[in-house]
Design a protein around this ligand. Structure first.
Ligand SMILES: [Zn+2]
Length: 394
């Protein structure tokens, strides 16, 4: 057993506690959360940590298999330019892809991440995920704009999904983005998710051009996409923004995370909440800054009582795979959002989305959520600073 204490403990299931104690088993299972050592019936010397203690982080969006792209894609040129560079850059040897993904997995463990929702287009991450201490859920991602190829693309996705399942890994099938999946393919994915009661994820409103192409059928983004793949010659607008245009083809009662949401508006969020009760909004701040140099309207999301979770995205669009770095990026621009709220986004909200709230996300008896110390926080307000860092205790 270990007795941990710090300036503050953030149980997440309750308000932050000053000078409290966390009693854990050797394997990290929470035995008790105590306001005072007097409550402790066993005689253990407390371990004091400067800073705050919170549960392990849930990284709700990553692409482990893209880790080899670190520092290879130019920053700040918008989504279309990013995709244009990404497509040819994805060619690399199996060894290079595997080694970079393995390092990324180790880095996430060192950064206090205990659970990851990871996008997979192939099986290169299977062995890493099987061996890792991190609990992974893999979104087998499918995309194809040609409706005539919908069955073919879907079948390839099912084949990959079966590979992951056969290895005992948690996995579900998901569409890539509004602009890369035909309505026919969306329907196949949606029906499969409904039948299997499985999790959905989709990249959403990462650029303003994504909305333009659905509303008007024109704009720089669709033109650039057409230059890259030639598949957008017959692109037809729906007359609506991208989110409702694709969401109508997906089930109303499956959990879904919209990822990025850089250009989502109050109307998008309200529409999504009316359509489906089980919507989470995954924010990847550093990737948004890397690609579009802009963050989503987080005040709006808070006002709409949206369930926000945090993702790092991949090394193609990020300089680290650290949930804490994402929180620091948010607080740099939104210094009114308190640290305890950010920690909730980074822990319990993600755990709730993945249905792993019995293990992860908060300090409650019987859970084994991982334990992080966040050092170098403001001693009065616990605000994060550039120099804040994470030490995983278990
Ligand atoms: Zn992504």
């Amino acid at each position: 057993m270990r007795l941990l204490t710090a300036d503050y403990i953030y149980p997440v299931s309750a308000a932050p506690m000053r000078g409290a104690y966390l009693l854990i088993d050797d394997d990290g299972t929470v035995l008790d959360l105590l306001r005072d050592t007097i409550d402790v019936s066993v005689d253990i010397k407390p371990e004091y940590h400067h800073g705050l203690i919170c549960p392990g982080f849930v990284n709700a969006h990553c692409h482990l298999e893209l880790s080899f792209l670190k520092s290879k894609i130019t920053e700040g040129r918008g989504l279309a330019a990013f995709i244009k560079e990404l497509v040819p850059a994805r060619r690399a040897s199996e060894e290079e892809i595997f080694n970079a993904a393995k390092d990324a997995d180790a880095e996430m463990i060192a950064n206090g991440i205990v659970m990851v929702g990871d996008i997979s287009n192939n099986d290169s991450s299977v062995e890493i995920k099987k061996a890792s201490r991190i609990h992974y859920h893999s979104f087998i991602e499918i995309y194809d704009l040609n409706p005539d190829k919908a069955f073919e693309s879907f079948d390839a996705g099912i084949k990959l999904w079966k590979k992951f399942k056969a290895e005992g890994l948690s996995a579900s099938i998901s569409p890539h983005a509004s602009y890369s999946v035909s309505a026919k393919l969306l329907k196949l994915i949606g029906d499969f998710a409904y039948e299997n009661d499985s999790l959905l994820s989709i990249h959403n409103q990462e650029s303003s051009g994504e909305n333009d192409m659905f509303i008007n059928g024109t704009g720089g983004f669709v033109e650039e996409l057409n230059k890259i793949s030639g598949a957008y010659t017959n692109w037809k607008a729906t007359g609506f923004r991208s989110l409702p245009s694709v969401f109508v083809h997906l089930p109303k009662c499956n959990k879904i995370e919209f990822v990025h949401n850089t250009y989502s508006t109050k109307d998008d969020v309200r529409w999504a909440h009316l359509y489906n009760l089980f919507v989470w909004w995954c924010i990847c701040p550093n990737a948004n800054m890397y690609i579009e140099n802009r963050l989503p309207d987080l005040e709006m999301f808070r006002n709409e009582v949206a369930k926000i979770c945090i993702g790092t995205d991949s090394y193609a669009s990020n300089k680290s795979l650290s949930v804490l770095d994402e929180l620091k990026c948010i607080q740099m621009q939104y210094n009114n959002i308190p640290t305890h709220e950010l920690i909730q986004w980074a822990t319990r909200n993600g755990a709730d989305f993945f249905g792993l709230q019995k293990q992860f996300g908060s300090f409650e008896k019987g859970k084994r959520p991982g334990i992080n110390v966040i050092a170098n926080v403001n001693s009065e307000t616990q605000a994060l600073s550039d120099s804040s860092y994470v030490i995983p205790l278990i």
